[in-house]
Design a protein around this ligand. Structure first.
Ligand SMILES: Cc1cc2nc3c(=O)[nH]c(=O)nc-3n(C[C@H](O)[C@H](O)[C@H](O)COP(=O)(O)OP(=O)(O)OC[C@H]3O[C@@H](n4cnc5c(N)ncnc54)[C@H](O)[C@@H]3O)c2cc1C
Ligand SMILES: *[C@@H]1O[C@H](CO)[C@@H](O)[C@H](O)[C@H]1NC(C)=O
Ligand SMILES: *[C@@H]1O[C@H](CO)[C@@H](O)[C@H](O)[C@H]1NC(C)=O
Ligand SMILES: *[C@@H]1O[C@H](CO)[C@@H](O)[C@H](O)[C@H]1NC(C)=O
Ligand SMILES: *[C@@H]1O[C@H](CO)[C@@H](O)[C@H](O)[C@H]1NC(C)=O
Ligand SMILES: *[C@@H]1O[C@H](CO)[C@@H](O)[C@H](O)[C@H]1NC(C)=O
Ligand SMILES: *[C@@H]1O[C@H](CO)[C@@H](O)[C@H](O)[C@H]1NC(C)=O
Ligand SMILES: *[C@@H]1O[C@H](CO)[C@@H](O)[C@H](O)[C@H]1NC(C)=O
Length: 635
């Protein structure tokens, strides 16, 4: 071992109070050299992303349990990751992202869609736009409802892990007062290494735009984003408020775990498949990634797991890894020349993501100052902004992608909630799935649609999300509970080396279009027919009021402009009963085999009414809590 690494390793050792067993004492925690991988670990985690690093940190806290994390990407110190200003540097850096395009979307004029996911230590938490939000309590109760009324998957069952997952640091007093930010620390914890922080500045226009929702009837205002209630609220940023840098799975979990001798991370390693002895998962095989590309001519290396293999490769790649390992729908596996170990029909089905809608509004007289426009068009303001940022890391440049949004129930935004609810309940649900869908997967879809039929009438599930910009241009508009279900299956041409076939099957359930039309109409109301936004004289740039009066015209606009992805792929290894097409049980163990779990966004059976990162952290915390660990060792 080079001297430098040896010194590093000894430094790590000095940080560990009691000497640990299991691994050679002189190993560095982060290894990039195959020769340093041991033959066997207690746990092998596939994917050093959001969930994978969280689980690895918690499992190694005892100083004894040995864990190897295998990650495709590099350990990167890129400023595209760390920079918070503007929020979007990470997703704009191609080196940090997989390069995947969806199959053409037949209901979106055959457009293909860029499938974004992080390919770096930290996974998507390294590249996301740092919006720190939860779903509503009803979203998590829905997960449990597919099992039983007493399931531990519920809002109450998850709240302790939301608290464990993040370290909430309130906004400073000045900005809290001047922007009228509300929060309630009873929904948060303060022990995690992953921070939920706040910028030290807000535009007065953001507060005014948030307040303008009071101009529309029945809009709930919620004190804290973590309360589990839908409404208009302020939410924090995945940011360490001391350093004003991104806070993510690497900084919050890997950096803690790497001081322990029982934790190792191997970067630039692409896991090929899970190895089995009978139906017990006993290890994985992997190949090196060189210059960003897997070296397919290198012979695969193997490493063994004494206790479990944990798949944490994210919503896009976890189903691929299961399928190439022989776990999935027999038909799809056979077509790709893969021998079926367990015919598990749900793997890669039930795919969901949040559709983004793109109307465009502009306030032509945004009189409230300062606004985000000042950063671009007011020299005095932008000079000041740059000054306080360079002196102090404060001011507008400490804002990532914003901190205010509306998350509204369907009855609040639409007068036809009952009608659409009834229409959804009485659909022939399986007819909207691919024709060869397995009956268990179809039964799961039906159960989800019946739950959503209630949710459409409910004031405790959010369907509508408008992110407020604080500037004259309109922000992200999202449908939080799409009804359509897609698939992510291996590519039969070369299942190991080609990216999986991602099919959103956007708008395959026609009621999605009806829901989206109501979301678009309500947004028009907020901008054009609202006494509190009237003074700012909004103009509708797109679609334009003269071209969209009929549902057919709205539908035309939707098929031309909708994107089916907010980069929140979930559902492809769903936690559901086996008879509802489930892939994992309530302990996130894969059905039909032993020693194998999936822990990442793919286990969410239904999307939550919020961006997904905080929930992924909470799921990972829940499955690796002390009781589970005892249970794991027995089970
Ligand atoms: C551009 C973008 C913006 C987003 N914005 C937000 C936001 O503002 N707020 C929010 O809450 N959520 C946001 N999200 C979503 C959120 O970040 C994800 O839901 C969450 O991070 C997913 O966590 P995960 O553990 O499931 O997967 P990931 O964090 O993606 O981890 C999967 C890891 O597995 C690795 N991997 C995959 N295949 C292999 C293999 N074969 N071998 C080895 N390693 C492998 C990957 O490289 C990756 O590191 C965004 C996501 C993206 C991509
Ligand atoms: C989309 O592609 C399908 C299959 O190639 C084709 O039949 C259909 O006409 C195309 N639709 C449009 C709008 O181009
Ligand atoms: C500030 O918030 C309070 C409570 O949410 C609200 O009643 C009030 O109208 C807000 N004031 C401004 C100026 O936004
Ligand atoms: C952390 O939370 C605990 C309990 O909620 C509280 O008593 C304590 O003051 C908090 N510490 C900090 C630094 O905020
Ligand atoms: C839901 O909210 C709407 C609008 O505020 C209201 O009319 C309706 O009575 C509420 N429904 C329930 C079940 O509380
Ligand atoms: C890939 O692996 C082969 C076989 O080990 C080796 O000869 C080759 O140099 C490797 N390629 C790269 C780019 O490292
Ligand atoms: C520009 O910004 C400065 C400082 O915030 C402010 O005083 C001034 O009114 C702004 N000018 C305009 C034209 O808005
Ligand atoms: C630096 O930040 C602190 C804390 O937010 C603030 O009190 C102070 O006024 C800032 N200084 C400058 C020059 O902006």
């Amino acid at each position: 071992m080079p001297q430098q690494l040896r010194t590093l390793a000894l430094a790590f050792l000095a940080l560990v109070p009691q000497i640990c067993t299991g691994l050679n004492r002189d190993l560095p925690a982060t290894i990039v050299n195959a020769r340093q991988v041991q033959k066997e670990y207690d746990y092998i985690i596939i994917g050093g992303g959001t969930a994978g690093l969280t689980v690895a940190n918690r499992l190694t806290e005892d100083g004894k349990t040995t864990v190897l994390v295998l990650e495709y990407g590099e350990l990167s110190d890129s400023t595209s990751i760390t920079t918070v200003t503007g929020g979007f540097s990470g997703m704009g850096d191609g080196k940090l992202m997989y390069s995947i395009n969806s199959v053409p979307q037949v209901n979106l004029r055959n457009r293909t869609i860029a499938v974004l996911a992080g390919k770096v230590v930290g996974g998507s938490s390294a590249v996301n736009v740092m919006m720190t939000v939860r779903g509503t309590a009803e979203d998590y109760d829905r997960w449990g409802s597919f099992f039983s009324i007493s399931s531990h998957w519920s809002w109450n069952g998850l709240l302790p892990y939301f608290k464990r997952a993040l370290n909430f640091v309130p906004p400073n007093e000045d900005v809290t007062k001047s922007a009228n930010i509300t929060y309630d620390t009873s929904f948060w914890g303060n022990t995690s290494g992953v921070y939920a922080g706040w910028p030290s500045f807000q535009y007065a226009a953001t507060t005014a735009q948030l307040d303008a929702f009071r101009g529309l009837p029945d809009v709930p205002f919620v004190k804290d984003s973590g309360s589990g209630e839908p409404g208009v609220y302020w939410y924090p940023t995945f940011m360490d408020p001391k350093t004003v840098l991104r806070s993510y799975a690497r900084t919050g979990h890997h950096e803690q775990a790497k001081t322990r001798q029982n934790y190792q991370l191997l970067t630039q390693a692409k896991v090929q498949k899970i190895l089995f002895s009978g139906t017990k998962a006993v290890g994985v095989s992997w190949i090196p990634v060189v210059g960003g590309r897997p070296n397919t001519s290198a012979s695969p290396q193997t490493v063994s797991a004494r206790k479990e293999v944990i798949v944490a490769a994210g919503g896009v790649h976890s189903p691929q890894i299961l399928q190439v390992s022989g776990i999935g729908p027999r038909k799809i596996l056979s077509a790709a020349g893969i021998t079926t170990l367990v015919d598990l029909p749900g793997v890669g089905q039930n795919f969901q993501d949040h559709p983004i809608l793109s109307p465009s509004y502009q306030f032509t007289k945004l009189t409230v100052k300062p606004s985000g426009d000042d950063l671009r068009s007011n020299r005095t303001f932008s000079t000041w902004a740059n000054q306080v940022w360079s002196l102090n890391r404060t001011g507008p440049n400490s804002i990532a992608s914003g901190n205010a949004a509306a998350w509204l129930p369907f009855p609040v935004i639409s007068s036809r909630a009952s009608a659409l609810s009834e229409a959804l309940a009485s659909q022939n649900h399986p007819s909207y799935l691919p024709s060869d869908t397995h009956p268990t997967v179809a039964a799961g879809y039906r159960a989800q649609m019946l739950s959503y039929a209630s949710a459409l009438r409910s004031n405790r599930t959010a369907f509508y999300n408008l992110v407020l910009t604080g500037s004259s241009t309109s922000g992200l508009l999202v449908n939080l509970h799409p009804l359509s279900r897609g698939t992510i299956n291996i590519n039969p041409l070369d299942p190991f080396n080609l990216e999986p076939l991602v099919d959103y099957r956007a708008l395959s359930n026609p009621l999605d279009t009806s829901i989206i039309i109501d979301i678009l109409k309500y947004t028009r109301r907020y901008y054009l027919d609202n006494p509190l936004t009237k003074p700012w004289a909004a103009r509708e740039n797109s679609p334009g009021t003269s071209t969209t009066n009929t549902d057919a015209q709205w539908t035309n606009f939707i098929t031309q402009t909708m994107s089916p992805s907010e980069f929140h792929p979930v559902g492809t290894c769903a936690m559901l009963p086996l008879e509802l097409g489930g892939v994992v049980d309530e302990n996130l163990k894969v059905y039909g085999v032993e020693g194998l779990r999936v822990v990442d966004a793919s286990i969410m059976p239904t999307l939550i009414g919020g961006n997904t990162c905080q929930t992924v952290y909470a799921v990972a915390e829940k499955v690796s809590n002390q009781h589970s660990m005892i249970y794991w060792q027995k089970g």
